[in-house]
Design a protein around this ligand. Sequence first.
Ligand code: PBE
Length: 298
Amino acid sequence: MFKHSAKMLLIAGVAGVLALAGCSKGNSAGADASVGDQVKHQIIGIDPGAGLMKQTQQAMKDYGLDDWKLVEGSDAAMTAALDKAIKNEEPIVVTGWTPHWMFAKYKLKYLEDPKGSYGKDEEIHTVVRNGLKDDAPSAYAFLDNFNWTPDDMAVVMNAVVDGQKPEEAAADWVKNNADKVDAWVKDIPQESGKKIKLAYVAWDSEIASTNVVKQVLEQRLGYQVDMMQVEAGPMWAGIANGSVDAMVAAWLPTTHKDYFDKYQGQFEDLGPNLKGTKLGLVVPEYMSISSIEDLKTK
Ligand code: PBE
């Protein structure tokens, strides 16, 4: 009976692909090809240091996707590939996460992950170097208070993808959310030009959060902020060796577990600054598959 309904689904899926193929260009693999053949057995990934890449390699093992390839790139390269595929109504499988503007801009869905390769809900944490509390107590106090919601972050991310400079989008958010910002800096003394270094990776979510933190440190607390764009490994290493003061880009407990464990004791975890994240494999809604398992079987 399960087999029967699976077959019906398959037929419905093939019919869907056939219907799509009628109006789409360049589906060279053919409408009756497997999902794997249609996307050349490629999952479009991001920067190799991202925890998401490691989790995807794990998922490929868990689901037996032996003949699939995880393509390295960046957040920007992945979203460019996604944009192109969607414009041509072609199939594509990408590594994705929430919060990300791509879910507002395109009709997308996460593939179900019944084996739990991508872990459960986690949080984005603020992590600072040891000693920051003594060296820059006002920045430390604000960083400890900093927390916002996926909706807050979306405002900044969406403005940036619509063409605003990250720094300006963050400044606008700070101006328009004075209540929240006031609460973060309440009773914290101002500095005058004290220097502080923030590290971040060029993930759209972290470009948004790091720019907001920079704006608050500069406008409200009198700091002079140096924002350093690096890969995930050097970001954690920089905090651990003290060459970087802080970051708001630690995805825990799962995604950055390796970094967290490697540098245990060499940093201070100030806890979550955003809750409600998700990671996984993402496809356009018009694709008929619904689970990572379908990548092997359909
Ligand atoms: N991400 C976005 C990161 C954390 C933030 C999910 C791409 C990662 O995989 O490490």
